[in-house]
Design a protein around this ligand. Structure first.
Ligand SMILES: [Zn+2]
Length: 70
């Protein structure tokens, strides 16, 4: 895909946001949310989501090594 946008607020998503959606919600999901909407959806802090993304990224999670947007 070229670009991805948040399903709820239409903000453009970065690669880590998409990867985190897949990690937390599963690969079957067809829509993605930004950190802000995702945090409301699952009920945790935006900063926590960002640190989770950093953690998965540095731990070499395959979902985070994939390029979803180009
Ligand atoms: Zn959003």
């Amino acid at each position: 895909m070229k670009k991805a946008y948040c399903h709820d607020c239409n903000q453009e998503l970065c690669n880590d946001e998409i990867a985190l959606n897949l990690k937390l919600l599963g690969k079957h999901i067809g829509t993605f949310k930004c950190y802000h909407c995702l945090s409301e959806y699952i009920g945790c802090d935006t900063t926590k989501l960002q640190s989770m993304a950093e953690y998965y990224n540095s731990s070499g999670c395959i979902l985070f090594q994939t390029s979803y947007i180009g």
